[in-house]
Design a protein around this ligand. Structure first.
Ligand code: ADP
Ligand code: MG
Length: 629
């Protein structure tokens, strides 16, 4: 026997679970049963795909089932499964370390507030360790499919665990796992058959494998006029694939329960779409949208997505191949009648059947969302509050559905409170308005006060405020909404829309000043021009249509992008501004030097760009200030 320590994170987690997160100790059973169900899924898949394992069916692999055996008097519960099992190494790494990103995230998110944190348990599913809420000792005996040896892992959930090889009566004769729980005081309430049935029905009714409970059942004996206990085994769950049942038979609660059982989420889902396709391809999909976007949705190791079944047999869990990346928040199942059972991941990637299902599923999800946007705006607002950003990601990769996505995405606007759609903004367009305009940047208030918006405000033209960090990247690739152009107001070409007859005249008039400023700023700018878009500010920075903006470049540099070619912004000058008029009176004066730099630097600051040399800026500002006092 070897005594081993838990990984530090495991000890931390165990401490937390036992000492502060006890609001729903009953979830231990859901976690243990779902592990059994996962183990049965994995083994079933191997018996379909691996010859070596296939050969063991009936000789070392038993039919799939989960058994609960309760001993009320000794307050112990055994949960056994005929699943894939674990060898010695597996026991150490799966039950002794936190290998799962979900649990790591869980630890990172802990706030110290027990009520909030216990909700997080639901979101992440702390998994196996939750058993120590109710146990003072747990023994996990397991034999891995294809192996001959049985190992036992024992722990009190405090310091560490022991692992030993077992033989004789303790040995398992076929693949599987047996978890023996010794209930502690808090867990004693679960040493009760009726209570266990209730919990299984609540959390695990839709587990696709039969769950049997063996316990002492009290029954009234009429002859003896007393209730006597008989050892009874009964099946507790429905053990059917709920998604295959007709919609008419399914209640909201069935959908909610199934959602919780496959995701471990605590909350009810926001939406679900259940579809059965018949025709050339036969398949069923049941998609859910969680009420809250998972906290790790934007992390590279996010695991979520949709499970693939073939003829009700679980094949794999995958977020990448089954739905596009931007829909990774969608949970649920796809069950196909047409795929072969022994599909491998590689085959799946280029499988025509799956591609068709995928295409149809994306269309379905997006069109359902569109319906909800129209029929239940309040619910749609809740959806948008969580998922506007992933939808925007879709603009980047899903060209086929771009128009629908543009319909679904919501925007802040210079004209309306809250959020608006492009369709609504289009409705509000002025008769002479040539395009739909937007501005991108880091902070909403900065954008709302940007000098770039002045002219639009004056002309009563709406500008959409895009302050999400991905907006600039994503929308630079979107040039149209239906037949209307979509234009960034900080791109130089947009000023074409603002031109009128007086423009060339003004440019001519300002030329001496423009030349002087250009000479002063030298390499720092690409060009200095007359601005058509300013009302109250003297200057503004714009970039060319096909160039990343100044702010975007700073972001890319911050993210480690090296060797970016030096970008030169274009400085635009407001010919009607008092300062410019004064400068124009004496364009060659040496005072124009300081003014030129201040006009440039202030424009950069308003664009959210940090100045290269703030000291020089401040010195210059003070010099000018000094002259003016
Ligand atoms: P999760 O199920 O989310 O991976 P858990 O903490 O519930 O996390 O379980 C950790 C790991 O232990 C599982 O991923 C699995 O590899 C292993 N495990 C737990 N229970 C069983 C079981 N009954 N049969 C086989 N493996 C199991
Ligand atoms: Mg688990």
């Amino acid at each position: 026997m070897s005594k081993q320590q838990f990984q530090t994170e495991v000890s931390q987690l165990l401490q937390l679970i036992v000492h502060s997160l006890y609001s729903h100790p009953e979830i231990f059973l859901r976690e243990i049963i779902s592990n059994s169900s996962d183990a049965l899924d994995k083994l079933r898949y191997l018996t379909l795909t691996e010859e070596r394992i296939k050969a063991l069916v009936g000789k070392g692999i038993d039919p799939p089932r989960i058994d609960l055996d309760l001993d009320e008097s000794s307050k112990t519960l055994t949960i056994s499964d005929t699943g894939i099992g674990m060898n010695e190494e597996d026991l150490v790494s799966h039950l002794g370390t936190i290998a799962r990103s979900g649990t790591k995230n869980f630890l990172a998110q802990l706030s110290g507030d027990a009520r909030k944190d216990s909700n997080l348990i639901g979101q992440f599913g702390v998994g196996f360790y939750s058993v120590f809420m109710v146990a003072d000792k747990v023994e996990v005996t397991s034999r891995k499919a294809g192996d001959a040896k049985t190992y036992k892992w024992t722990s009190d959930g405090k310091t560490g665990f022991d692992i030993e090889e077992v033989s004789g009566v303790d040995e398992l004769k076929s693949a599987g796992t047996r978890v023996l729980i010794h209930f502690n005081d808090a867990g004693a309430q679960y040493a009760n058959g009726w209570r266990l049935q209730e919990i299984i029905k609540k959390y695990s009714n839709h587990i696709a494998f039969p769950i049997f409970l063996t316990h002492d059942k009290s029954e009234w004996n009429d002859e003896k006029k007393e209730s006597i206990k008989t050892r009874t085994m009964e099946q507790v769950n429905a053990a059917s694939a709920m998604w295959q049942r007709p919609k008419s038979e399914l209640k909201d609660d069935d959908y909610k329960e199934f959602y919780k059982s496959i995701t471990g989420d605590w909350e009810d889902p926001l939406l679900w779409f259940h579809t059965r396709a018949e025709g050339t391809l036969e398949y069923t999909t049941l998609f859910y949208i969680p009420a809250k976007a998972p906290l790790d949705l934007y992390q590279a190791d996010y695991k979520g997505g949709v499970k693939l079944y073939v003829k009700r047999v679980f094949i794999m869990e995958d977020s990448r191949d089954l739905l596009p990346q931007y829909l990774r928040f969608v949970r649920g199942i796809i069950d196909s009648e047409d795929l072969p059972l022994n599909v491998s991941r590689e085959i799946l990637q280029q499988n025509k059947v799956l591609t068709s299902i995928k295409t149809a599923s994306v269309k379905k999800i997006l069109s359902e969302l569109k319906n909800i946007a129209a029929s239940d705006p309040e619910k749609y607002a809740t959806f948008i509050a969580e998922y506007n950003r992933p939808l925007k990601e879709g603009l980047y990769g899903d060209f086929a559905n771009r128009e629908t996505l543009l319909d679904l995405i919501r925007f802040k606007s210079s004209k309306v409170d809250g959020l608006t759609s492009l369709a609504e903004a289009k409705e509000r367009m002025q008769p002479e308005q040539k395009a739909l305009y937007y501005i991108t940047g880091a902070s909403e208030s900065m954008l709302r006060n940007s000098p770039l918006l002045e002219i639009y405000r004056k002309k009563d033209i709406e500008v959409l405020i895009l302050d999400d960090e991905i907006d600039e990247i994503v929308f630079s690739s979107v040039s149209k909404f239906g037949d209307v152009d979509l234009k960034a107001v900080n791109k130089s070409a947009t000023s074409e829309d603002l031109k009128d007859e007086s423009t060339p005249e003004k440019a001519e008039e300002l030329k001496p000043l423009l030349d002087k400023i250009k000479a002063t700023l030298g390499d720092a700018v690409k060009d200095v021009r007359v601005s058509l878009r300013l009302a109250d500010s003297p200057s503004v920075i714009v970039s060319d249509e096909d160039e990343p903006s100044a702010r975007m470049r700073q972001m890319m540099q911050a993210m480690g992008q090296k060797n970016m070619p030096e970008l030169k912004p274009t400085l635009e000058i407001n010919p009607d501004h008092e300062i410019i008029k004064k400068l124009l009176a004496n364009p060659t004066s040496s005072r124009v030097d300081d003014a030129a730099w201040l006009l440039f630097d202030q424009a950069l600051l308003l664009e959210g760009v940090a100045l290269k040399d703030p000291t020089v800026f401040v010195q210059r500002l003070n010099r000018v200030l000094n002259r003016s006092i």
